[in-house]
Design a protein around this ligand. Structure first.
Ligand code: AMP
Ligand code: MG
Length: 315
């Protein structure tokens, strides 16, 4: 494990992979302009190569080298660094290996000091999906990353950059700006209301719900799944939960904390042999249009029938 941002940047520049801390979840990064390194990200994750990665950059200048920002993107860029990913037309700097052959690219500036320092040392974009195996629970600590993919990384060429636990804890909001009106492909900590407030003055229309073919993990039925079956209950029903054979997770009083600890809670519930629990029961936070809505989205995917995994194209 590393805490040296300059050394992490050197490994990326040499074609290695680096697991990076962000405010959302840990990512598995490669130099976005190096198709060979990018191919290894897909390998380690076990993710089909037609499924696009998010490009992470240190600043708006580097974003402009990767994609074409319209007036809506310029308005939303005031939320960067932050948990918002924008889908925009790509430039030639970004190879098709990163975008699954699409002419659009997903871009964001992550809000984590160590990763921003690393990106400034590198001087260019990285491509990074969540640093977990295909379809499973995302990592929010460096230890999670090591547990999930540690043995698949090369100890000399690759690294895990340890920046502590992720403060948001769930993946970024994804907004597709290649369509008008803009569509939210995945809910996250940046709410639809906030996006609408920034978009309305420049585009005249608020965001729409996602439509068309599945383009993001937020649109798949099953994702973010622990090994044990997950059942969900609303807050009003929580007194009805029996304590037999199920590990109960209830942070529903505080949706920010529920998000921050969601994946660690699921991982712990998965690995605890205590009390002979065979299932996980999670109490849902309120559907507040913000982070509570995003947590509910992830939990619905975690609880969905698992046979979707085999056909899903996301990791
Ligand atoms: P992950 O890396 O697992 O957090 O997921 C990244 C998400 O961004 C995936 O669900 C992708 O489908 C989505 N994504 C990345 N690039 C694009 C793009 N060009 N168009 C639409 N969705 C994208
Ligand atoms: Mg993922």
């Amino acid at each position: 494990m590393l805490t040296d941002a300059a050394e992490a940047a050197r490994r990326l520049a040499d074609g290695g992979l680096v697991a990076i801390p962000t405010e959302t979840v840990y990512g598995l990064a490669a130099d976005a302009t190096d198709p060979v390194a990018v191919a290894r990200v897909y390998d380690v994750k076990g993710r089909p190569t037609d499924h696009p990665l998010i490009v992470h950059v240190a600043d708006i200048e580097t974003a402009r080298r990767c994609c074409v920002l319209d007036s809506r993107a310029e308005a939303l860029s005031m939320l960067w660094p932050g948990p918002l990913t924008m889908i925009l037309p790509r430039t030639e700097l970004v190879p098709a290996a990163v975008t699954g052959g699409l002419e659009s690219v997903a871009v964001r500036i992550p809000d984590h000091p160590l990763t921003l320092e690393m990106l400034r040392h590198l001087g260019g974009p990285v491509a990074a999906p969540s640093a977990n195996r295909f379809g499973r629970v995302s990592p929010t600590t460096a230890d999670h990353v090591v547990a999930d993919i540690g043995t698949l990384l090369d100890p000399v060429r690759d690294a895990v950059l340890d920046g502590g636990p992720c403060l948001v804890g769930i993946e970024s909001t994804i907004v597709d700006l290649t369509v008008q009106p803009a569509q939210i492909l995945r809910p996250g900590a940046v709410s639809g209301q906030l996006l609408d407030r920034l978009l309305l003055p420049v585009s005249g229309s608020p965001t729409a719900a996602a439509s068309g073919p599945s383009r993001a993990s937020g649109m798949l039925a099953s994702h973010y799944a622990p090994a044990r079956p997950v059942q969900l209950v609303e807050r009003e029903e929580r007194d009805t939960i029996g304590n037999d054979h199920t590990a109960v997770i209830d942070r529903s009083d505080d949706p920010v904390e529920a998000a921050r600890h969601l994946y660690d809670d699921l991982r712990r519930a998965d690995s605890q042999p205590a009390s002979g629990a065979t299932t996980i029961t999670v109490v849902l936070p309120a559907d507040d249009g913000g982070i509570g809505t995003a947590v509910r989205d992830r939990l619905r995917k975690a609880a969905a029938p698992r046979d979707h995994h085999r056909t899903s194209r996301d990791g």
